[in-house]
Ligand binder design. Structure first.
Ligand code: ZN
Length: 331
């Protein structure tokens, strides 16, 4: 007799081979009852308690916040692994099972999780919640046109905006686990303080770059919120989704911007192919402009497990440091 878990695991494994298998953590028991390779790390908060709530988060940035606030009161499943592009991520069967079984599903919204929008936006059963963190923000917070499909979804790139979503996570968890409310509030307060500190660190880091050189050129337009908050002009080769076609006409435009502003470096992103950035560097070289490549930025996904960027605070600190060093012209 065949093991019903076997097929799911084989499919998962072959897919994950394509999705940087090495970044994955060891198997745990998923809500479907089959061993799942999904990241259910509990971090410094220990293993989930027996009565823990089944919670799903789409991206690593969201999972990290839920983990910080929920601790071992939640049994967390992160759907989109480290290093994987959320715009293009297509849910597998295990993901759908996890979403259907979860008491709370936290997602970004604003069509970041493009291929999961239908299932995430669907109305869950009455005892379950689907929570879009972008619902914690108001129209003034958004970049783009709130009444259209053109709102930029990369809200975590402004730490002060991301901090506004902490309350929504805390309230959603408290609604399902009211006996833990005081504990969630305390953890949320601590997280807000850490985020405020990180936000100040970001401002100080970017202020060190000579004004004219505060131009961030990267693979796709993930950094508009980052630029607005910390004072940089941001130019991506692709638009706000990696699903959009990169226009070849962008390359000469970007080289012109580099030349006019003496921009010393451009950036690749961990979750996006870097060949268009290579094209910018080659194009600049053909005009005798030497462009450095800064350290790879973490735009739409955390760094690999065990790295300094495997959590939201570390990811953003890495980005602040990488941008401030490279655009200041430091090696
Ligand atoms: Zn993106």
């Amino acid at each position: 007799m065949t093991n019903p878990c076997e097929g799911a695991n084989l499919r998962s494994t072959s897919r994950r081979n394509l999705l940087k298998l090495a970044l994955w953590t060891t198997a745990t028991v998923s809500v479907s009852g089959c061993p799942s390779p999904k990241d259910t790390r509990q971090g410094q908060h220990g293993n989930p308690s027996d009565e823990a709530l089944d919670v799903v988060a789409t991206t690593g940035m969201i999972a990290d916040m839920v983990r910080s606030i929920g601790g071992n009161a939640v049994r967390l499943t992160q759907l989109i692994p480290a290093g994987v592009d959320p715009h293009l991520y297509k849910p597998i069967r295990d993901d759908i099972v996890a979403i259907v079984h979860a008491k709370i599903v936290f997602y970004n919204g604003l069509k970041l999780e493009g291929r999961m929008s239908d299932v995430l936006g669907s109305r869950p059963k009455s005892d379950r919640l689907h929570v879009a963190l972008s619902d914690a923000l108001t129209s003034d917070d958004f970049i783009g046109e709130p009444m259209s499909d053109q709102v930029d979804p990369h809200i975590w790139m402004d730490v002060s905006l991301w901090s506004k979503t902490v309350g929504l996570i805390e309230q959603s968890l408290s609604a399902r686990l009211p006996t833990h409310q005081a504990r969630f509030q305390e953890a949320a307060e601590k997280l807000r303080e850490q985020l405020a500190q990180l936000d100040r660190y970001g401002q100080e880091s970017i202020e060190r770059i000579p004004k004219k050189q505060r131009v961030l050129i990267s693979s796709h337009d993930a950094f508009q919120y980052f630029g607005r908050r910390y004072g940089l002009r941001v130019e991506g080769v692709q638009g706000i989704s990696t699903a959009s076609e990169a226009g070849l006409q962008r390359i000469p435009q970007l080289i012109e911007i580099v030349s006019e502003n003496s921009v010393p470096a451009v950036f690749k992103e961990s979750s996006v192919a870097g060949k268009m950035i290579d094209a910018v560097i080659e194009g600049a070289a053909s005009r005798s402009i030497k462009l450095q490549v800064g350290q790879e930025l973490y735009s739409d996904a955390l760094g690999p497990a065990g790295s300094h960027a495997d959590n939201y605070l570390g990811m953003m600190k890495h980005n602040f440091d990488a941008v401030s060093q490279a655009l200041s012209g430091q090696p």
